[in-house]
Design a protein around this ligand. Structure first.
Ligand SMILES: [Zn+2]
Length: 335
């Protein structure tokens, strides 16, 4: 509705401007008025005196041509001024009116959201969105199935459990010391917004990852799956030892205190909790990204995990969040 109204205005406004402003200005110009009056008087005279009509007198004919030329000139001028007015109006309104009109269509339109998603698609293929930061060597470290961490990878860890009252956590939770501050701030701000976050997983050694991995393989085999199928099912959610982000100390699994107390398994319906929604919307402000989004499973090769967050720094997290990318896309590593 708003859109059609806008189109109508776009057409009529310059026309009104032209007819209401330019024509009166031109008519108020004395020489032009004189010219029009003299032309009209001559026509009246010609009607009265047939001898003055077309072809009868060469002098009168020249005058008629002259008057005709002046009238044509005036018409051309009017059209030109109208065109210029329309052009100026269009240019001056392009910048100021367009955003307001677009926002006025938002409440009822589906096409404006389609515009937004299509721009997201083009953004996500745009590797130019990557920013350079002094801490890139550790903030952007990539750990996935095709990029295992180097064997000598080491990290300075800080124990969270028992040391930070504002971060309710499972036993023995440790993270890279450099992310303690943003993690703490995120938990505190969430609490202020009424969201009770719980730190369920953090740094994992390769040995511990191996234990998880083996447990899952056996779990699927016991259900009758072949070795190959058991491995495929395990790798959907459990990274291969050495390829887990949890080895970096930059990845955390965060659920809600309520979910933790319920004893429920962590599954993707966690996304429906207010804590998950808060994290999805705000984590980037503290430098964390949802590392395995729902629509990026083909790229990350990991199932959707609305609880797994990875620290990359505020600048990168914000760029990734705004572009709707996953880390592999952002880094341009899509193998
Ligand atoms: Zn995780």
């Amino acid at each position: 509705m708003y859109r059609s109204k806008r189109k109508k205005n776009q057409f009529y406004r310059p026309f009104h401007l032209f007819s209401n402003l330019c024509i009166p200005i031109l008519l108020s110009c004395q020489p032009l008025r004189d010219m029009l009056y003299s032309y009209r008087n001559k026509k009246v005279e010609m009607r009265r005196k047939p001898s003055l009509q077309k072809g009868s007198d060469p002098v009168a004919r020249r005058r008629r041509y002259k008057v005709k030329n002046i009238v044509i000139l005036i018409l051309v001028l009017l059209i030109a001024i109208g065109g210029i007015t329309t052009g100026i109006w269009a240019i001056s309104n392009k910048g100021s009116e367009e955003p307001a009109s677009t926002s006025s269509t938002q409440p009822e339109s589906t096409d404006s959201s389609a515009d937004a998603s299509s721009s997201d698609v083009s953004d996500s293929s745009d590797s130019q969105s990557r920013i350079s930061e002094p801490d890139d060597d550790w903030q952007l470290v990539l750990a996935n199935l095709s990029h295992p961490l180097p064997e000598d990878f080491s990290v300075d860890l800080t124990t969270i459990t028992g040391n930070y009252a504002d971060i309710p956590a499972l036993d023995n939770m440790k993270v890279d010391s450099r992310i303690v501050e943003p993690l703490l701030k995120m938990f505190q701000d969430a609490k202020q917004d009424g969201q009770n976050l719980f730190l369920r997983a953090s740094h994992r050694t390769i040995a511990l990852q191996q234990t998880y991995y083996d447990w899952h393989i056996n779990h699927y085999k016991e259900q009758g799956y072949s070795d190959e199928k058991a491995k495929a099912l395990t790798l959907e959610y459990i990274a291969y030892p050495g390829c887990s982000e949890h080895h970096t100390g930059l990845a955390v699994d965060i659920i809600s205190v309520e979910w933790q107390n319920s004893g429920k398994e962590i599954i993707d319906t966690f996304e429906e909790t207010s804590e998950a929604k808060w994290l999805a919307k705000n984590a980037h402000k503290y430098g964390f990204i949802m590392r395995y989004p729902k629509d990026k499973e083909d790229i990350t090769k990991i199932g959707y995990e609305p609880w797994h967050f990875r620290y990359v720094g505020v600048a990168h997290a914000t760029a990734i969040y705004n572009a709707g990318q996953c880390l592999e896309e952002y880094l341009g590593v899509l193998d």
